[in-house]
Ligand binder design. Sequence first.
Ligand code: HEC
Length: 188
Amino acid sequence: MRLLLLVACVAACDADLQRMVDQPHFTSYEACSICPEGTIMMMPPPGTVGRDGEEASLGAGRSGPDGFVQTIPIELDTAVLARGRNRFDIYCAACHGRLGNGISQVAENMTLRKPPNLIGPPYTTYPPGRVFTAISEGFGLMRSYASELPVRDRWAIVAYLQALQLSQNVVLRELPQPIQQEAQKWLK
Ligand code: HEC
């Protein structure tokens, strides 16, 4: 008898829960004629601090409807580049190679679409926001890395990728004299 009651209760609770799921509701970006921005969800006001303590404005790689952010919005120094290198080596190098040149064990074995060489064209002309967006949202076959990489880490990777593009394509005689001499030693 007790068991019967329990089963009846579970069945009833189940029905109630279903009513909650089925009730009329809006989805996040659904159009809404009486909302100030025309959609149910609104953009956070400028300067909003997100849950992970980052300014919301840093989290956008896009600007305008089809443009990308043209400059890296965080201050850059060697510590940021070192962080970018560390994160790149952990999260990107497995596919894109430690030099970003697309040479990796994974690339060798990927048949559908190989991870591209990120230090050559067209990637050298990509605005920083486009690379940031690829990390945040994923791109084609590549998944998003937003859950592993907070926004500052993503920008640090974008900066490090620029450093890779520069360092891997640099013309020796354009380097400052002492660095040229140092580089010559390694090139022998
Ligand atoms: C598991 C393999 C893999 C990993 C890890 C990976 N990528 Fe990719 N990436 C790809 C593949 C494959 C593509 C091409 C996707 C396509 O064209 O469908 C790609 C494309 C890209 C592009 C081109 C986007 C565009 O707009 O053309 C960029 C930039 C990029 N990856 C950066 C990164 C960065 C930065 C990381 C680390 C946070 C990373 N990737 C991690 C496989 C990977």
